[in-house]
Design a protein around this ligand. Sequence first.
Ligand SMILES: C[S@@+](CC[C@H](N)C(=O)[O-])C[C@H]1O[C@@H](n2cnc3c(N)ncnc32)[C@H](O)[C@@H]1O
Length: 252
Amino acid sequence: MMNNRYGKLASLVYHLDKPIGRSFGDVEYYLARLQGISGPILEPAVGTGRILIPLLQAGLDVSGFDLSQEMLDYCQRELGLRSLKTRLELAGFGDFKAERPLEVIVVPAGSFQLLDSFEQGIAALRRFHASLKTGGRLLLDLDPVAAILNVRPGLRTWSAPPHGLITLNASALEKDYCAQVTREMHRYELWEQGVLLETQLEQFSLRWWGVEELRMALEQLGFGEIVISGGYQYGKPPQDTDGIISFEARKL
Ligand SMILES: C[S@@+](CC[C@H](N)C(=O)[O-])C[C@H]1O[C@@H](n2cnc3c(N)ncnc32)[C@H](O)[C@@H]1O
């Protein structure tokens, strides 16, 4: 079974739950941090375009890639509805290709933590570094460790137009404290008038990073001028009460 697959039902749930432009403070934060940028920007793990589309609408030159064709299909459709165009690539953190040296890479929504080993995370950071022009910036959000460890698996439901209901049953599989990884099994079901039409099973795993662990990794890979901010307040040192921790680092 593929990990963190975001297949048909998972993509539909993401799109219903977090439609284009839905902000957790991140849309405004990224718009502010990217103000005045005219060069190419890349959003790895772009998903349905929840953030990409508001950035394009603000006149930024943003493209994206994602490992899920289903997520990219939503993104393509939403771009079309707004007569917007950009390059979307079906690719992973480990094999994406940037067509030209990038000005900025943005990784919101804790997507970096979907890479569930230290080695994969380092390989992605190395690839980001190689894809940026000298002086270019990496902006990357981490969910705090507590948010990953304290997740309460259970049942959630969404109505799926026109007549359906989607359920997501999440069960905890393991917490590997040495590898800093949590694993859950996600069972999605699509129901219509009490009849089960479709089921999808996905293993979902997240790796948590220590704040200083990621800072050291970035420094070792050739990034500098690292600013770590809490709660989408640029320059404010992160605290336990912050729902998100944002890194900004420059390629030296
Ligand atoms: C939480 S969603 C974020 C989507 C979008 N960036 C946003 O902010 O709404 C995570 C995305 O990561 C993608 N993904 C998971 N593993 C990936 C990988 N190894 N490489 C690239 N994308 C991946 C999923 O398909 C999904 O679209």
